[in-house]
Design a protein around this ligand. Structure first.
Ligand code: CMP
Length: 132
């Protein structure tokens, strides 16, 4: 079964909205294979978002992701990478389809509630960074 790395970001943990997101994940038929709450160190956030190191938003996203606790999960389902990205909606909540997690709970392109791996290679890398 394909695995993906899902994060519930500090904007939603600070608003006590993690349960609603986890319910949507379970209702969509994902198996939550692993789950933990942690606060990312700067080093972990920089490694996790290394693919974006040359982007103008890199420092801001690292600061945001280390600003409070996150919920990290390994989700399993057939084609879980695409399925979780569909359930989250577009990166920018303003462009996310209605009913998706980012449309429902995201605030802006940075504080967009959740993260999902974009490829099998990155899923493996992200899972090993967060879960060891
Ligand atoms: P995520 O899917 O976790 O991947 C990279 C993150 O960087 C993204 O969600 C946002 O939280 C953040 N980000 C901030 N600005 C941008 C931007 N202009 N484009 C993409 N991602 C951004």
């Amino acid at each position: 079964m394909e695995k993906t790395c899902a994060l519930i970001k500090p904007d939603l943990t600070s608003k006590n909205q993690t349960g609603k997101v986890i319910s949507m994940i379970e209702e969509a038929g994902f198996n939550i294979a692993q789950l933990k709450k942690l606060t990312m160190t700067k080093e972990l956030a920089e490694s996790f978002y290394a693919v974006h190191a040359d982007k103008p938003f890199f420092n801001d996203v690292v600061q945001f992701m280390t600003s409070g606790p996150i919920i990290a999960m390994v989700l399993e389902k057939e084609s879980s990478i695409a399925a979780w990205r569909d359930l989250m909606g577009a990166t920018n909540p303003e462009q996310a389809e209605s009913g998706t997690i980012r449309a429902l709970f995201g605030s802006n392109i940075q504080e967009n509630g959740t993260h999902g791996s974009d490829s099998a290679e990155n899923a493996e890398k992200e899972i090993s960074l967060v879960f060891g």
